[in-house]
Design a protein around this ligand. Structure first.
Ligand SMILES: Nc1ncnc2c1ncn2[C@@H]1O[C@H](COP(=O)(O)OP(=O)(O)O)[C@@H](O)[C@H]1O
Ligand SMILES: [Mg+2]
Length: 308
């Protein structure tokens, strides 16, 4: 029996996700509409990490949440463009056209998202094991016993030490870094082809941040999934990305390979972001690692500001 393709759209063979000319507005009437994202286009290839970088409010989360079709819950509307996704069955579908019911089937199974704050994403009244097992039973129809075994393996995959004991713990019993590993485990449980991470390390201290970045890189090598990694931090981009899209005020102002972006940045804002990354050796007199400053872009100012 041949698998019926989900739709008749087409994509280059190695492309998993293609966002084309996306426009997202907040506000109920056309008169009050605030355009949060406009003309945004990018593609993610199989096994690739694409970083979406830009200052706070530039439209990174709205872009990611719209791919998941979750911005609608915040009162946003997709007012233009397409989001083509290659599904595991080989079909290609335009996510902007799907019903909420269909999206519920796809979220967690075809793609998943990890947010900045694992405490507010995890449910405090369920154990870690139950929360991982829940996605497995929901999407894969496994028995509770099978789901628990898979949950244990996924916890091991994200390098949670003493995984068997952790399964029966509650979120508040874990450190911030461990909670973020659990969130990644939940996102990975059904082996999606795309994982979106929205500032996953911003709330963590730099040492834990480095461990989580190492983990994402290792997982990507092991599983071969594609990653859309959102950050405001060019240091993180350098660590993790293959390609970069720089966002400013709802638009992508520059994109290219990570090498191209760092060696030959074209946009003034990209240069400002890069200049905020500490130079090699500049941390020599510091006792501890530090977070990079936020860059605030003011098109009118002669020099972009670097916040302390
Ligand atoms: N819930 C909301 N209601 C109205 N406008 C919003 C909402 N969320 C985001 N926006 C608008 O979208 C813009 C981009 O936000 P966001 O994507 O969250 O930025 P970031 O790049 O920091 O993730 C904001 O500057 C704001 O104008
Ligand atoms: Mg955001």
């Amino acid at each position: 029996m041949t698998v019926k393709p989900t739709a008749t759209e087409s994509l280059p063979d190695d492309v998993i996700l293609s966002v084309e000319n996306l426009e997202v507005c907040f506000g109920s009437s056309a008169a009050k509409a605030v355009r949060a994202v406009q003309g945004v286009s990018f593609q993610i290839r199989r096994g690739e990490t694409l970083a979406l970088v830009g200052e706070s409010g530039s439209g990174k989360s709205v872009t990611a949440m719209t791919v998941m079709r979750l911005t609608e819950y915040d009162g946003a509307r997709i007012t233009g463009g397409r989001i083509l996704m290659r599904l595991k069955d080989g079909g290609i579908t335009d996510l902007t056209k799907l019903s909420e019911k269909r999206m519920e089937v796809l979220r967690g199974f075809e793609f998943s998202i990890v947010f900045q704050d694992p405490m507010s994403s995890l449910n405090p009244v369920f154990t870690v094991g139950d929360q991982i097992a829940e996605v497995i039973t929901r999407h894969q129809g496994k028995s509770p016993r099978e789901a628990r075994d898979i949950a244990l393996n996924v916890l091991k995959l994200v390098r949670v030490p003493d995984a068997a004991r952790r399964l029966d713990q509650y979120p508040h019993q874990l450190s911030g870094g461990m909670r973020q590993r659990v969130m990644i485990a939940i996102a990975l449980a059904c082996r999606p082809s795309l994982m979106i991470l929205d500032e996953p390390t911003t709330a963590l201290d730099v040492t834990i941040q480095a461990q989580i970045l190492d983990l994402v890189r290792a997982l990507q090598r092991e599983i071969g999934m594609s990653v859309l990694f959102i950050t405001h931090d060019m240091g993180v981009v350098a660590e993790i990305a293959d390609r970069v899209c720089v966002m400013l005020k709802g638009e992508i102002v520059e994109s290219g390979s990570v090498n191209q972006i760092f060696v030959d940045p074209r946009h003034r804002y990209t240069r400002a972001l890069i200049s905020a990354v500490p130079r090699l050796g500049s941390m020599a007199d510091k006792d501890a690692p530090e977070k990079f400053p936020l860059v605030i872009y003011d098109a009118e100012a002669s020099q972009p500001e670097v916040a302390a």
